[in-house]
Design a protein around this ligand. Structure first.
Ligand code: ASP
Length: 359
């Protein structure tokens, strides 16, 4: 409680100070890379587990022989989407309230300013690849539900059951324990919003309802691409679309500046256009690490007006065109990690928790 009070004081103390004046307790120094020596090619993902590493290797195979960023990002995202143990993306993702896996994904090409996305896509393991085709082979940006599936079918994507036994059991446990913590809400529900109880007591490896992956790459030409792919908020209302397929929210890529991607509570990310905000901060010269932290601060400042006790669980990753990168998460006991692969090899980069210990 004491901790919470002092944190809140810090928040209100910094409101109005201006974004440039924000100070986070654990702010990491960012060493500017020489403009003449940008780090490229490079690929990164918000996934920090072994699958994240394998994904980086797959993307690197494309980049190291001069392949383009779009292909590298797709290859890497496909690895994460195929992992049956990952309950937040693609195959094995947790389902919606009816036990149906509905996937969202977006793709953006920073060179051509093209973008494509799918939302509420069922039965297709690689929504990132479908999003890439929406980007490359249509004049649209976003296809949803039955239309997205029809498009995927037309391109020959196989249909399969994406609900694994593990995800089905977790969903059933949630059904059994339906509580006031679900996503149906009265007009006042934002004031009462708390981070949700864990429905996963029997699944200690699963910590929360959210999970997504962002993959971003810069190829040897300096061209940039990104993808965000997810099964979205678990047990969401049927038809709910999160931030991941919304360009500017879950993903934004601009060759001239950099790219950013979001995971976490998509509702806040949509309302704050967070990825676009981060890229625009980088355009003003802010380092990727700091731009991610500023986006979290923006969301928190807005929430203070509605519910001072609510700390939504976003995590942002960003990279600028020089190959400098960073990541930050809203809450948690551990600093967020991201996986990075470049000519310097593979590494797990540790970012910053803006509000450590808050629930
Ligand atoms: N942002 C995703 C969504 O809201 C979920 C997540 O990243 O955890 O659908």
């Amino acid at each position: 409680m004491k901790k919470e009070m002092s944190r809140r004081k810090f928040v209100s103390g910094s409101i109005g100070a201006g974004a440039g004046a924000l100070i986070f307790p654990q702010l990491s120094p960012v060493t500017p890379r020489s403009q003449a020596n940008p780090l490229k090619p490079i690929i990164l993902t918000s996934h920090s587990n072994e699958t994240g590493r394998l994904a980086m290797e797959a993307g690197w195979e494309v980049l190291k022989v001069g392949g383009n960023a779009v292909d590298a990002v797709e290859k890497a995202a496909n690895v994460i989407e195929s992992d049956p143990e990952d309950t937040s993306v693609g195959y094995g993702g947790l389902p919606n309230e009816h036990g149906v896996v509905q996937l969202d994904a977006s793709f953006m090409d920073g060179k051509t300013y093209s973008a494509g996305a799918v939302a509420c896509l069922e039965n297709i393991m690689h929504p990132s690849s479908v999003a890439k085709l929406v980007m490359q082979r249509t004049d649209h940006v976003l296809l949803v539900g039955a239309g997205a599936l029809e498009f995927a079918r037309a391109w020959g994507f196989p249909e399969e059951n994406l609900l694994t036994e593990k995800a089905r059991k977790i969903w059933l446990r949630w059904k059994e324990e339906l509580s006031p913590g679900d996503d149906w809400g009265s007009p006042e529900h934002l004031q009462k919003l708390k981070r949700k109880e864990s429905y996963y007591k029997d699944f200690p490896d699963i910590e929360h309802h959210y999970g997504t992956t962002n993959v971003i790459a810069i190829d040897s030409n300096g061209d940039m691409a990104g993808c965000t792919t997810t099964s979205g908020l678990s047990f969401k209302l049927n038809g709910r679309v999160g931030d991941s397929p919304i360009i500017g929210a879950g993903l934004y890529v601009d060759n001239e500046v950099g790219a950013a991607g979001a995971t976490g509570r998509g509702e806040d990310v949509i309302k704050s256009c967070a990825s676009y905000y981060i890229v625009m901060r980088m355009k003003e010269g802010v380092a990727p690490q700091k731009a991610c932290e500023e986006a979290l601060k923006m969301i928190i400042d807005r929430y203070r007006k509605v519910n001072p006790d609510f700390y939504p669980s976003e995590k942002f990753v960003a990279i600028n065109r020089l190959g400098e990168y960073g990541c930050a998460s809203m809450t948690g006991d551990k600093n967020p990690l991201m996986s990075v692969m470049s000519g310097k090899g593979f590494l797990r980069h540790e970012g910053i928790v803006a509000w450590p210990g808050m629930k």
